[in-house]
Design a protein around this ligand. Structure first.
Ligand SMILES: [Zn+2]
Length: 360
């Protein structure tokens, strides 16, 4: 297959979005698209290029005072009668249009057309974001080539509909267990019912008042929810164990440890087992490149409520945020699409920011 990412295509981020969508790249099938992207980057005289699996890194080395990362994942969720792309009026439909080939197009367009940016730029086009994190290209690179991620600030071009979404909430899952004593239900007075004992656990969840926390102008809404309940032995047995799985989404002013302590407090008196947790990320909007970026966008940031790869940068001490042309509500939807105007706005904003960081 000839590389569809020709110079004519690269100069127009809208045409480039379609071209990227039309290279199928469902997770674990990113080789072809990574080959195309790598070839484009290797043609650019100002970039040094490297590759790990199907993750491609390209960087300028202009001796600028600060370095920024522009990152996007190359994979998509499975196609769903939405491949290849189609255009209806000012909308491009197709798998990955919103999440996140329109964002990838912005980064690749800049890589090909901005030889002399005001910051040094590291471009990362990575594999396998949409599946289990053991395959995540950014995680693999953090292990194998941590130097590729070193920067003063990072932008992930995930769908945000053209607003800045900064930081992200942490997430923690735990099992709250109640115990009882088995008995035949015909002689239930000889047992202790563990499912009934879970009533108090549910009451505490019902009474729980989650915090709302504002950091750097971004408002994070926490939440504590039961997500599963398991108990019962048979239709004639008083059950001796019940498990309520709870999920805390916590603002990034709490560490994972503090979040766990909080859940212990809420369920004081109960057996509690941590099953999974991931840290949040502070917005980090006081870094100089972040301030310049916000000025270029010209609108207030909002908080990212889900967990995103932004947290992987935060874990390395690199402030990071999400900013992309796609609509997050359309990600993974069969009618996924992106507005052509949002792609053009995004390209103009990034050009403004990167062409003259001292201009604000
Ligand atoms: Zn995505």
């Amino acid at each position: 297959m000839a590389n569809p990412l020709t110079p004519d295509v690269l100069v127009d981020p809208v045409v480039l979005t379609r071209a990227l969508v039309d290279v199928e790249s469902v997770s674990r099938n990113e080789k072809v698209i990574a080959d195309c992207v790598e070839e484009v980057l290797r043609r650019a005289p100002n970039l040094s290029v490297d590759r790990h699996g199907n993750t491609v890194m390209a960087r300028t080395d202009l001796g600028r005072e600060q370095r920024v990362v522009l990152a996007g994942h190359l994979d998509t969720v499975p196609i769903n009668n939405n491949f290849p792309s189609t255009v209806v009026d000012d909308l491009i439909y197709g798998c990955g249009t919103s999440d996140m080939k329109s964002g990838v197009a912005l980064a690749l367009h800049l890589a090909a057309t901005l030889p002399d940016p005001g910051y040094d730029i590291t471009y990362l086009f990575y594999e396998a974001e949409e599946i289990d994190s053991q395959y995540n290209g950014l995680a693999l690179v953090a292990e194998a080539h941590p130097d590729w991620l070193v920067a003063d600030f990072a932008v992930l071009l995930e769908p945000t509909y053209g607003v800045v979404e900064a930081g992200c909430q942490g997430t923690l899952r735990a099992m709250v267990r109640t115990h009882g004593r088995r008995a035949h239900t015909a002689r239930a007075w000889r047992g202790v019912n563990a499912i009934h004992a879970a009533g108090e656990v549910l009451r505490r969840l019902e009474d729980y008042r989650p915090r709302t926390v504002t950091i750097d102008g971004c408002t994070f809404r926490e939440g504590l929810n039961a997500v599963r309940i398991v108990g019962g032995v048979a239709g004639n047995v008083v059950p001796d164990e019940c498990e309520v799985e709870v999920n805390l989404r916590f603002a990034p002013d709490r560490t994972e440890k503090q979040a766990l302590e909080h859940v212990h407090e809420v369920f004081e008196g109960y057996e509690l087992e941590l099953t999974d947790s991931a840290p949040g990320a502070l917005p980090g909007l006081d870094a100089a490149p972040a301030r310049d970026f916000l000025a270029a966008v010209g609108s207030e940031p909002s908080a990212k409520l889900g967990w995103t790869d932004v947290a992987r940068f935060a874990a390395l001490g690199i402030p990071a945020l999400n900013y992309g042309p796609g609509d997050p509500l359309l990600a993974h939807a069969p009618d996924e699409h992106v507005e052509i105007g949002k792609i053009r706005d995004g390209a103009a904003t990034l050009h403004r920011w990167l062409a003259s960081p001292a201009g604000f």
